[in-house]
Write a protein that binds this ligand. Structure first.
Ligand code: ADP
Ligand code: MG
Length: 682
């Protein structure tokens, strides 16, 4: 290793390089081109086609500054065959005029357009060349830049780094050979300086063996980092919560038997809790699969073992639903439940906090108010987080800090999610997580029939609603509420509510939305749960958690504005009882390509995994995991869908390396992360 004194920066500590994440010489090597340009060929003007990117060469015939429609510099070129093409520049300097002197030879690269007077290149990259200046024989790399560093400067820095820095192998040679990949040093060189004849398309698709090598190494770094984090956690002490008497009492008090899938998930969780290492488990199950009761059993085991439990949900409404469900179950086993949310009065919050700190409450349920600094627990043994991915990164970090601050031992953690995570994602982002899956719905559920209906048929939809309500069924009517147009959306939801109420009388219609005071919202929800309201008009607040088995019709207005995961969650609100259930997706055309795709998916399948898979294809993993907002270092080169088989290989290799060669692990992580943040810690 040369030229890489600790802390040495390629540009002597230059801020623009740091902005690109380049702090060490080796970081430059991983600053790989975002694309390539083909400057190896000159296209004769006669063969230029508008819309394509091409390189031309010719002599300056005329240079002119035209004032209108916008001040610009026009340089007319003639190539050797006499073809004419204009170069147009909107931003230019006086000196440029002189450079484009008549007769000078210019090479220009850019997108061809058909102009009023023939073909033109607008703002091409260009330079003056000699008569017999040779063409480069390789594709030209283009790098991402920030202001202060141009392409030329980055290229020069990368070339210098390539000369000075020798990238020693960190991956076992046998693995590299088995995967048929080139050595890393060779791969990096070939990506910065493509060999002559390499296909532009293959490079752009990242399909060459060189790209695959880099992608593999990146995925390997991710796996190693996550698995190390997991091992570190396993070495920490947690309270062993092994007393199951309260669990048995709760099971006996339940009005139903666990499904086989619930039983399996519960056995895994119960086993984890009994161990003296902190559990870090995700309980995944489709909407309505019955995760709450499993969480309640976990709380019972913690409480029965003499510790406290906390359950946190991302919204007040969802937390309230849990509270309502959990409180009687906890009462059945003689445990004390308390509630804490932001909307409580200060005195009430104070009382809840005091109860938690004094050990006077066994299960504290609430929103992210639970992780505020002022909340402390006497003996927190288990933290349950519902819809974990919906919390922001700051909140997840706060939770982690809270757990780590717990006196003596680290509490166990149980996360729950109704968003199924496709296998490759689970293997990758959740490599440090154990996963239990509830893949079976409780008995007695009926499949939901989905209908796509244009808004033009709104009257028919309302008639259908009336029919269902008169037959004693309950109905959800969901209106979109999108942040950017919140005021307008709210207005529309209120109008819809008023129209429906007038039109459907004496059928009773209620309204809930996020801007209502908590008490009002609660009263309306309660009335719907008790069956006093037959129709509930709602913005997406009912998305998660609401459980009304008698509701059998879900109408979603402007379905084209919802994401797939949301639509799936909403549809899961019906089909919970024995009646035939319907979900009507009402849309307003014309539909965008992606909206059409989403609605089609909803029509075609109700399998949460399939929907999550298509969601991933349509949106990319960041959004699915709420990771896009994280600003942390995510994968730069790998694509979990495209590179799924490399994810599997990286995972195996990581296990082998961790077992046999910790030094190589250190070297590999140092190379990729260099003391930067871990991959997706929170
Ligand atoms: P989710 O996984 O979406 O959180 P819930 O925990 O809210 O699902 O459960 C949905 C409904 O199914 C609730 O009314 C719950 O009481 C009920 N339920 C859960 N498990 C069973 C079971 N094994 N048999 C019958 N009903 C069940
Ligand atoms: Mg739930």
């Amino acid at each position: 290793m040369t030229g890489s004194a600790p802390g040495a920066s390629p540009a002597g500590g230059s801020a623009p390089f740091a902005k690109l994440g380049i702090r060490r010489e080796q970081d430059l090597l991983l600053h790989l081109p975002i694309r390539y340009e083909d400057e190896t060929r000159i296209t004769p003007v006669a063969r230029l086609r508008p819309g394509e990117v091409a390189q031309v060469e010719g002599r300056v015939v005329r240079t002119e500054v035209v004032p209108r429609p916008r001040r610009m510099l026009v340089v007319e070129l003639r190539d050797d065959a006499g073809g004419r093409v204009d170069l147009r520049f909107f931003n230019f300097w006086g000196s440029q005029l002189k450079q484009f002197a008549s007769g000078r030879r210019v090479r220009a690269h850019g997108e061809v357009r058909g102009g009023l007077f023939g073909l033109e290149l607008v703002h091409p990259r260009w330079r003056l060349v000699d008569d017999d200046e040779p063409l480069p024989d390789r594709l030209t790399p283009v790098y991402s830049t920030v202001s202060g560093i141009g392409q030329a400067k980055i290229r020069a820095a990368v070339l210098a780094a390539l000369r000075r820095f020798d990238w020693p192998e960190t991956v076992p040679a046998a693995v590299v050979r088995r995967l048929g990949l080139p050595p890393m040093a060779e791969a990096l060189r070939a990506l910065h300086q493509p060999r002559p004849g390499v296909s532009l398309a293959a490079l752009h698709e990242r399909e060459t063996p060189e790209w695959r090598r880099v992608i593999f190494d990146e995925l390997l770094a991710q796996q190693l980092s996550l698995k190390r984090a997991r091992a570190a956690r396993a070495s920490l002490a947690a309270p062993a919560l092994g007393e199951r008497a309260a669990v048995d009492r709760l099971l006996a008090a339940l009005p139903f038997r666990l499904t086989r899938a619930q039983r399996r998930a519960w056995d895994e969780i119960s086993g984890d809790l009994a161990r003296a290492q902190p559990m870090n488990r995700l309980l995944q199950g489709d909407v309505g699969s019955g995760k709450t009761v499993v969480a309640a059993l976990a709380a019972a085991q913690a409480i029965g073992s003499g510790w406290q439990a906390a359950m946190m949900a991302p919204t007040e409404l969802l937390a309230e639903q849990h509270m309502r469900k959990l409180a009687p179950w906890m009462e059945a086993i003689g445990a004390r439940t308390a509630w804490l949310s932001g909307s409580l009065r200060e005195s009430e919050k104070k009382a809840a906090r005091a109860a938690a700190a004094g050990g006077d409450v066994d299960l504290l349920v609430g929103t992210h108010a639970l992780i505020e600094e002022t909340v402390g627990f006497a003996r927190l043994g288990l933290a349950i987080v519902d819809e974990q991915h919906r919390f922001g990164v700051a909140q997840r970090l706060a939770l982690r800090a809270k757990l780590e601050a717990a006196a003596g031992a680290l509490p166990h953690q149980l996360m729950m999610s109704a968003t199924p995570i496709p296998r490759t994602l689970a293997m990758s982002y959740y490599a440090d997580l154990d996963v239990s899956v509830i893949d079976e719905l409780p008995p007695g559920r009926t499949p939901v029939v989905t209908r796509l209906v244009s808004e033009a048929r709104r009257d028919e939809v309302i008639e259908r609603l009336r029919g269902a309500a008169l037959a004693g069924r309950q109905v959800y009517w969901v209106c979109p509420l999108i942040e950017e147009s919140e005021a307008l959306d709210l207005q529309t939801a209120i109008e819809t509510f008023e129209t429906l109420r007038a039109e459907l009388a004496p059928i009773r219609v209620g309204l809930v939305h996020g801007r209502q005071p908590a008490a009002e919202k609660q009263a309306t929800m309660d009335a719907f749960v008790r069956g006093e309201l037959q129709v509930l008009v709602a913005t997406t607040v009912i998305e998660v958690g609401v459980d009304v088995p008698n509701a059998s019709l879900m109408i979603i207005e402007h379905a084209e504005r919802f994401g797939l995961a949301q639509l799936h969650q909403l549809r899961g609100r019906v089909g919970r009882g024995s009646a035939d259930s319907y979900c009507v997706l009402m849309y307003r055309g014309p539909l965008s390509e992606t909206a059409r795709e989403r609605l089609k998916t909803m029509y075609e399948t109700s399998d949460g995994f399939e929907i999550a898979h298509r969601d991933l294809l349509q949106r990319g993993p960041g959004e699915l995991l709420g990771a896009r907002q994280s600003g942390q270092m995510l994968l730069r080169f790998a694509d979990l869908e495209r590179d799924s088989e490399l994810v599997a290989a990286a995972r195996e290799t990581a296990d082998a390396m961790l077992a046999s060669d910790p030094d190589a692990v250190d070297a590999h992580l140092e190379r990729w992360l260099g003391g930067r943040e871990e991959f997706l810690k929170a």
